[in-house]
Design a protein around this ligand. Structure first.
Ligand code: KDG
Length: 314
């Protein structure tokens, strides 16, 4: 039985090794915030389904093949004969600063519509995870997110929203207009501290924003603080956790890893401190390895970062 459904756009991803205008090699993979979460959850043993559209092209095959290989259920993926799979280029410009170029306007992924979700939604789940990125792709993907949230709430599933604000896709005001009402319909809202006020219009700061969301009926507001760890605001109070310190290799995808860790622990029935711990632990795995999702742990690998730096596991 599927535990988690998530939906969004996953693109073919090319990652360079330095300034892109100089040319050089790029590594081909796939990237998409929701599928990163799906992979993270799947590696931890949660039955996870990703719904999205890909083009009838080789990048589309790469997306579905990669997710399938990661154990993510792709049986509801729609192959769109009339639009290409999107593309994202990552340019690690200097250590810890990555520039992103999108080639996703008119892509298959941006043509996701509510009808695409019917088979997945009717087959059931325990948790629906959505992000602000899908909402920013256009009216049809936004309608798909709203349909999924309506269905999940009516079915008694947990709804999780990662704000994931992307300024290349929409303005802060546009995001607030769409995401503030959506956040109030979620059980779990996950955001970085600079994103959280976007979904609680009029909030003065992060704590105020969290309190407003709790007052509106959200049960858990999880705030990602990067190297400073994370906070969880819930009706029982506020929990805090420090980050797990690791050498930084690539920060892209760390937020999605964090979400996967938090949601996995929640599905496992762990308490608030343990949920936060697994969230920052998965974030640490993501930043300590190259790629959006490649370094995420399996369940048996979760204790790996407890080993002393420089350890060799024989
Ligand atoms: O969180 C990492 C993602 O942002 C990246 O993989 C691409 O989904 C993506 C996006 O839309 O920016």
């Amino acid at each position: 039985m599927t535990e988690v459904i998530t939906l969004g756009e996953t693109m073919a991803a090319l990652r360079g090794t330095g300034p892109m205008r100089l040319g050089g090699d790029m590594r081909l993979s796939v990237a998409g915030a929701e599928s990163n979460v799906a992979i993270g959850l799947s590696r931890l043993g949660h039955a996870t389904r990703w719904v999205g559209r890909v083009g009838a092209d080789q990048p589309g095959e790469l997306v579905t093949r990669t997710l399938r290989a990661e154990g993510v259920d792709v049986t509801s993926v729609v192959v769109d004969p009339d639009a290409p799979t999107g593309l994202i280029l990552f340019e690690p410009r200097v250590a810890d600063v990555v520039r992103v170029n999108y080639y996703r306007s008119g892509s298959a992924g941006s043509r996701l519509n509510p009808g695409d979700l019917v088979p997945a939604l009717t087959s059931g789940a325990r948790l629906l995870h959505v992000t602000g990125i899908t909402c920013a792709l256009g009216p049809e993907p936004l309608a798909a997110v709203r349909r999924a949230v309506d269905h999940a709430r009516a079915s008694g599933w947990t709804v999780s929203l990662d704000v994931n604000f992307r300024s290349r896709l929409w303005t802060a005001d546009e995001a607030t207009e769409v995401l503030a009402p959506l956040a109030e319909r979620a059980d779990v809202v996950i955001a970085s501290d600079d994103e959280l006020p976007l979904v609680a219009a009029g909030a003065g700061d992060t704590v105020d924003a969290a309190q407003r969301l709790l007052g509106a009926g959200v049960s858990e507001v999880v705030v990602k603080l990067g190297a400073d760890g994370a906070h969880l605001h819930h009706r029982g109070g506020t929990e805090r956790v420090a980050a797990v310190r690791v050498p930084v290799v690539d920060t892209v995808g760390a937020g999605d890893a964090f979400s996967a860790g938090y949601l996995s622990a929640r599905l496992d029935g762990l308490d608030a401190p343990e949920r936060l711990h697994r969230a920052v632990l998965l974030g640490a795995f993501a930043v300590a390895s190259a790629g959006d999702w490649e370094g995420l742990p399996t369940r048996s690998e979760l204790p790996l970062l407890d080993l002393a730096p420089g350890s060799t596991v024989r």
